[in-house]
Design a protein around this ligand. Sequence first.
Ligand code: TXA
Ligand code: MG
Length: 319
Amino acid sequence: MSRILPCTENTLRKAAQTLLDGGLVVFPTETVYGLGGDALNKQAISRIYNVKSRPLGHPLIVHFSSLGSLNIWTQNIPEYAVKLAKSFWPGPMTLILPRTGTAKDYITGKQNCVGVRIPDQKIALSLLREFEKMGGLGVAAPSANRFGKISPTSAKNVFEDLDKYLAKNDLILNDGICQIGLESTIIDCRFSKPQILRPGPITEKMIHDLCNLQITLPINNSKKRLRVSGSLKKHYAPQAKVFLDGIPRENDGLIALSTHDTPEGVIRLANPKNVQEFANQLYSALRLGDKMNIKKIFVYPPSGIGLELAIKDRLIKML
Ligand code: TXA
Ligand code: MG
């Protein structure tokens, strides 16, 4: 596992240089681990698609360290989007905005908008700052998993999924388990009102309270949809079959709040005490189920309209 590096000043510098040289660096964020490449380097971006086995044209999020970079990548930013950026960045939120010429077709999938995010994670921010100090403008990073599989919430997950597809000099920065464990909220900010494309940790209520605008929620089956992760029918899926209702039997897996009992013979995969812990443990619990070769996993997501919606969104796409 020699490519997995602990995060020190030296390794961060090495990682930033690797990015500038066209290599790939997996780095932790507060949501999930990202597979990063220099957003201005076409070859590096093309390698991201290969390593993930991701269909071309599926756009990538550009990450940078401060609000000052927003104008490099985006333009015609509506006032509400400035508010969102100032309030929730660094944080688990991606804004889709009209692009400048800096955001090339190979990042945006030929769309005229680009996804941008400032992550709220110490190592991610240090890496981005170091990269920017060396002249870089942004790091394109999808979740560091193979296409259609579950996002990784630890460096070990990433190693298991991607090691054999990475090149000799590519790196994985290890900073333990991601604090949130679910992908960022994606908000389309191209129009007069924000539209949530992927529910996430920044909730509809948080957006509404800040902007005082009506918010559109994800629309399914619209031909006009942007290409957002999870808009394909099956996504984020484990090998096991996932059930959101029904009763687990012997040797089935169970993921539920700790207030739920475990029926005899059923394999408890996670025992979260609250919705935050549920979000945080969901992906690793599903991965554990696959490792144990469990065929059916019953998941009882908590109900509610905050982070619960993001949990439900991901689970529905596994069915
Ligand atoms: O939390 C996250 O957002 C993580 C971390 C690493 O930042 N990233 C992540 O990236 O989840 P990814 O590529 O796995 O999912 C982001 C989705 C993409 O599937 C893409 O469809 C959507 O964001 N997206 C990116 N740029 C877009 C654009 N210009 N227009 C529409 N959707 C876009
Ligand atoms: Mg993804």
